[in-house]
Ligand binder design. Structure first.
Ligand code: SAM
Ligand code: SF4
Length: 471
């Protein structure tokens, strides 16, 4: 019997391992089928799990076609913007014992720490002083990190200002809450609530998450974001930790989850994350399911095609070369200038300290150098937070995520937030190339009225102290 109080009204284990496994073994490379499915996706229709499995089966030649289609779809749905954020680790106490994570309770080497409010303030100021506007707060699972504590952190962070610096959107990556808990964090004004399923494969889930731990309950975690919707959080992020089981299965799991939320709550996830396992203090994992770069690129391109309107997040776990290469074909958000030690934005200079972080990062370049590279590659880095602040989330956001919306809102907001960065924080070199990019992007705006409005706002930012002029 399912305990109704503990779960959402739609609770169901919608992952059928045998079904997904059979799709993987039965799907064969088929050029006609792949081409048809790509056309459907380019018409901005979400794909079914079966169709996604056909793309997964594509051989090398067809994979190139998939990459090309993903690039095209990204340009059409998201334009050339890349949204930037930074993670802020609040505390690493944890009651769970996930085999891959340095925060697990059995890791006695871990230095346990929770930021106090002065320390949060110092971290946030350091982030604001380099130009960040969007954060994701990360927590271990512990009684000290309940919904009220998370909400307090969020409220405090919104109130911290440093010069022109402020955090305009705070997302959360923390343990699944109960419905009341989601109401509490929603009231504090959170952006996205992210929970990664880690692995959708039941047997592997059991292997990595001991049964006697809270996280050992597969169904409670799978249901976590359904409860979020029922607690009023309609902006959620799903993810899988790639490397625990077959990447093909996890990709189908993610698509199944996105479709389940879409069907039951009228909205799919706002974002999908696909972290790959990184070395972590005291962890030794088998290499069997390690995801090679070629498969990683393929799965991201396939996700782009399968869920056209869902943002895809590529984190600094990956190295700079791969991040640069993958930016074009599907990714819409990245973190930059990230540090994941507790206190890492002020305490350890440019070093990574293994005993103090959850895992090792692959890209620890500064925000400014990532900005410079994006600009050189003709991407418009964006710190836009307008949609969620104007209530354009969930169902409403889907209404707006139609052609024309990007031109009216996203691109203009990307340009004004980029200008804020260039004026307030950029190095000389980044500023010079950024200003050139803004001029080139202005030329591309066909609607003269919008162009004039954007130009006027850019001028205000350059010539006055006014900021945060969003459409
Ligand atoms: N403790 C909460 C939980 O487990 O949901 C919240 C966040 S946990 C600190 C953030 C995510 O980091 C996990 O969901 C997992 O996917 C990822 N992670 C853990 N260990 C990792 C590793 N060794 N390499 C890469 N990502 C890892
Ligand atoms: Fe704790 Fe999350 Fe790490 Fe698991 S992944 S040990 S729940 S912090």
């Amino acid at each position: 019997m399912i305990n109704k109080k503990k779960f959402s009204s739609t609770v169901k284990d919608f992952i059928n391992d045998d079904f997904l496994q059979k799709l993987i073994s039965d799907s064969k490379p088929d050029k006609k089928a792949v081409t048809d499915i790509i056309s459907k996706s380019l018409n901005k229709q979400a794909l079914s799990v079966e169709e996604t499995a056909v793309l997964i089966a594509a051989d090398k030649d067809l994979t190139e076609v998939i990459f090309e289609a993903a690039r095209k779809l990204k340009r059409e749905v998201y334009g050339n913007r890349i949204v930037l954020f930074a993670p802020l680790y609040i505390g690493n106490k944890c009651i769970n014992n996930c085999a891959y994570c340095a925060f697990r309770s059995s890791n006695k080497e871990a230095v346990r720490r929770t930021l106090n409010s002065q320390e949060i303030s110092n971290q946030v100021q350091a982030l604001e002083d380099v130009g960040h506007k969007r954060l994701i707060l990360v927590f271990g699972e512990h009684k000290d990190y309940d919904a009220a504590f998370i909400a307090d952190c969020v409220r405090q962070i919104y109130s911290i200002k440093s010069g022109h610096g402020e955090i305009r959107r705070v997302n959360i990556n923390a343990a699944p809450l109960d419905i009341e808990g989601y109401k509490t964090v929603k009231a504090a004004g959170i952006g996205t609530y992210q929970i990664f399923m880690e692995t959708y494969h039941h047997e592997s889930y059991r292997k990595y998450h001991p049964a006697n731990t809270k996280k050992g309950d597969y169904l409670y975690r799978l249901d976590g974001l359904s409860r979020a919707f029922e607690g009023g959080c309609d902006d959620v992020g799903i993810g899988a930790l790639f490397g625990l089981y077959d990447w093909r299965f996890e990709t189908l799991g993610l698509v199944s989850h996105a479709l389940f939320l879409q069907k039951n709550y009228g909205v799919g996830p706002h974002t999908i994350s696909f972290p790959r396992i990184q070395p972590a203090a005291g962890t030794i994992l088998e290499e069997k399911w390690k995801v090679k770069d070629e498969h990683f690129k393929k799965l991201v391109a396939i996700l782009r095609l399968a869920v056209p309107y869902t943002g895809l997040i590529l984190t600094a776990r990956e190295n700079p070369q791969l991040r640069r290469e993958m930016m074009g074909f599907g990714v819409s958000q990245i973190d930059a200038g990230s540090r994941i030690e507790i206190g890492g934005y002020t305490d350890f200079g440019n070093q990574q300290v293994k005993e103090r972080e959850q895992f090792m990062l692959g890209d620890i370049r500064s925000l400014d150098s990532v900005m410079k590279e994006l600009i050189e590659d003709d991407f418009v880095p964006s710190f836009c937070t307008a949609c969620y602040r104007l209530g354009r989330t969930g169902e409403h956001f889907m209404e707006f995520a139609i052609p024309g919306f990007i031109k009216r809102f996203c691109q203009p907001n990307a340009l004004t937030t980029l200008m804020e960065y260039l004026v307030d924080y950029a190095s000389e070199e980044t500023r010079a190339s950024g200003l050139k990019l803004i001029n080139a992007e202005l030329e591309k705006i066909k609607d003269e009225k919008i162009k004039a409005q954007v130009k006027q706002r850019l001028k205000i930012i350059q010539e006055s102290q006014q900021r945060d002029l969003y459409f």
